[in-house]
Design a protein around this ligand. Structure first.
Ligand code: ATP
Ligand code: MG
Length: 596
């Protein structure tokens, strides 16, 4: 485009959600219960600085639910001048993969956040080990020889207390010896565990002598073969938080029942009071910030029409039900990104959903609404035709071409203008013509008139059909008094349709994505069905259409509103200016509300 612009398309795609008027109001202070706690803790002087962490397990790609946790963990640090670490919870080497480690970092950055420090639970394995020996010496942990099966039997149930393990009263020396031999790799996987000695009759099953360490002779992506034993999530998470001086350890509600164990680990080990346990950190050049963290739980994000667990998302990929982790129908952040979701839209969505302890199901339309709102302000307008029908304007000379000027955005002049080639032959949308119109039809019919957006009023004189009787071309007259700027342009015609000048049109692949599942609760397995049976067969329809040149000439990930069709994004992987591929991110209106 000829004219210089203050903001490039790149800027527009990454800056915070703009407002239609251009003036961004100061964001309202968020008032959820976690931010209230943080404010109080700052006011009371409990902490000098706020520290949070986002602790993903690198066993899959992040999904939209994680966006809520990321926006909360990083958002709070940002809002209160604190720091947020990204910590990989890499305590289960069998399921973890460097591919996920990289993707998670990319996703967090894409959402617009950055970490104060990148950590791994595995950075602390030596500290955890010293902590475990301390627990043994205190009589707070013991080596147990029960098999996994036996441990289950001894555990009891919600209504019955558990029974003490026969190994519970081993002496400290024997426990230390056995634990050191576990660490030395003397025993087979599963032969022994280190268990906390808490209370087998506790009403909270998490406190019935939970395992702290297990034997697993699996090489680890960071520590290689160094460790034949690995800490369990509860101790690793609690001590990891304590090591990093996390003040507010935010997690989802399913960890509420683990909180007493979290506190038990923090208090019994008391890293802040036993700095010698932190000695291995100095060797790794990691700063020591030990403090007593507080775990606070909030409700998970649930959205209807989606599945949101790494396990199910992994299965969709493994079973070939989608085209990989970043299939634009996937609810992974990579999928949403490729679909055309912007960081601004996701942050807007997370703000709208809010933070509470109440479990709820968010309607998918809230997610789509946030995307529409973000892109309405952000995306330049273009014209494209998805189901092309040729229209010939017979009263224009053969080969006639001209250039019209169109604003790029109806509500924001700063987007500037573009040149739109108009020609004797046009592509219009097949759906904008009806030989036998339904009631209330406002668009084109044989002999009828319609306005071509920004170009003039046309009358359909002739319908050309092929041998099968299918309409292949419309021959029409352009009212010469109805061109842009003329008085005749003001006369009333019922409908306005979009078009693309055929002479300069660029053919494109248009992927018309829709919701991946056709039912609100794809997780519902009643009737013997699974989420696999609920995949929406129309969730990906690929067509060949036409674009105006200024749409084809876009960088990957640039979004447009194709007028009357929806918001589209140039595909991150497949789009090229000379072979454009656009994904429909969302339609202009909610087409699902009526179906429900
Ligand atoms: P999933 O259960 O979907 O496989 P996960 O909880 O095992 O996910 P983690 O890698 O352990 O995934 O999660 C990292 C952080 O993200 C945790 O603090 C977790 O509470 C949070 N989180 C995961 N899913 C959601 C969700 N749906 N809503 C909000 N936060 C979530
Ligand atoms: Mg988890």
């Amino acid at each position: 485009m000829a004219q210089a612009r203050a903001r490039t398309l790149e800027d527009r795609m990454t800056e915070p959600t703009p407002t239609a008027a251009g003036a961004a109001p100061a964001p309202a202070e968020k008032q959820d219960f976690i931010r209230q706690i943080v404010r109080q803790d700052i006011a009371s002087g409990k902490h000098d600085a706020i520290r949070t962490r986002f602790p993903p397990e690198p066993n899959g790609y992040l999904h939209i639910g994680h966006a809520k946790a990321i926006c909360l963990d990083f958002g709070i640090a940002e809002e209160f001048g604190g720091r947020c670490n990204l910590r990989f919870d890499d305590t289960n080497p069998a399921k973890e993969d460097p591919e996920f480690v990289q993707a998670i970092q990319d996703d967090v950055r894409w959402l617009g956040f950055d970490w104060a420090s990148l950590r791994h639970a595995s950075d602390y394995f030596a500290v955890f080990y010293l902590a475990a020996e301390k627990l043994i010496r205190q009589g707070d942990a013991f080596v147990c020889d029960l098999s996994a099966e036996e441990v289950r039997e001894y555990r009891g149930s919600l209504t019955e207390p558990g029974r003490d393990s026969p190994y519970r009263n081993r002496g400290v020396e024997e426990n230390l010896d056995l634990f050191r031999r576990m660490r030395a790799g003397e025993f087979d996987d599963g032969a022994r565990t280190l268990r906390a000695k808490i209370d087998m009759s506790s009403g909270n099953i998490n406190l019935r002598d939970p395992a702290l360490y297990r034997i697993k002779k699996v090489p680890h992506q960071n520590t290689g073969d160094a460790w034949p034993i690995y800490p369990m999530y509860d101790i690793a998470h609690a001590l990891g938080d304590a090591i990093e001086g996390i003040t507010h350890s935010l997690c989802t509600l399913e960890f509420e029942d683990h909180r007493p164990l979290y506190d038990w680990c923090v208090d019994k080990v008391d890293l802040a009071g036993n700095p010698e346990l932190l000695a291995p950190l100095a060797a790794k050049d990691l700063p020591i910030e030990a403090a007593k963290p507080r775990q606070i739980e909030f409700s998970r994000l649930n959205i209807n029409y989606t599945v949101m667990s790494k396990r199910k998302l992994t299965q969709l990929v493994a079973e070939g039900l989608v085209d990989g982790w970043d299939d634009p129908r996937m609810y992974t952040l990579q999928g949403l990104r490729r679909r055309g979701y912007t960081p601004g839209a996701l942050r807007l969505f997370v703000d709208r959903v809010g933070i509470s302890k109440q479990n709820s199901m968010i309607d998918f339309s809230v997610l789509e609404g946030a995307l529409r709102e973000d892109l309405d302000a952000r995306a330049p307008r273009r014209m494209a035709v998805v189901a092309p029908l040729k229209m010939v304007l017979t009263n224009l000379p053969d080969g006639h071409e001209e250039v019209l000027r169109f604003p790029n955005h109806p509500k924001d002049e700063s987007f500037g203008e573009r040149e739109l080639p108009f020609s004797r032959e046009l592509w219009i949308e097949r759906d904008d013509f009806a030989e036998v119109p339904p009631k209330g039809w406002k668009r084109l019919v044989p002999g009828g008139e319609v306005r071509l957006r920004g170009a003039g009023i046309v009358r359909c004189d002739e319908v050309v059909k092929d041998a099968d009787g299918d309409v292949v071309e419309l021959r029409a007259t352009l009212d010469p008094e109805s061109r842009p700027g003329m008085d005749g342009a003001n006369r009333k015609v019922k409908g306005t349709i979009h078009w693309v000048g055929a002479a300069r049109a660029v053919e494109a692949e248009l992927r018309l994505y829709d919701r991946l599942f056709s039912v609100p609760d794809p997780d519902d397995e009643s009737g013997g069905l699974t989420y696999r049976d609920h995949i929406n067969p129309d969730s990906r329809v690929s067509v060949r259409g036409y674009l105006e040149p200024a749409a084809a000439d876009a960088a990957p990930e640039h979004a447009f509103q194709f007028e009357r069709l929806g918001y589209f994004v140039a595909d991150r992987r497949d789009h090229r200016a000379d072979a454009p591929v656009f994904n429909r991110s969302v339609t202009l209106r909610d087409t699902w509300a009526a179906r429900a």
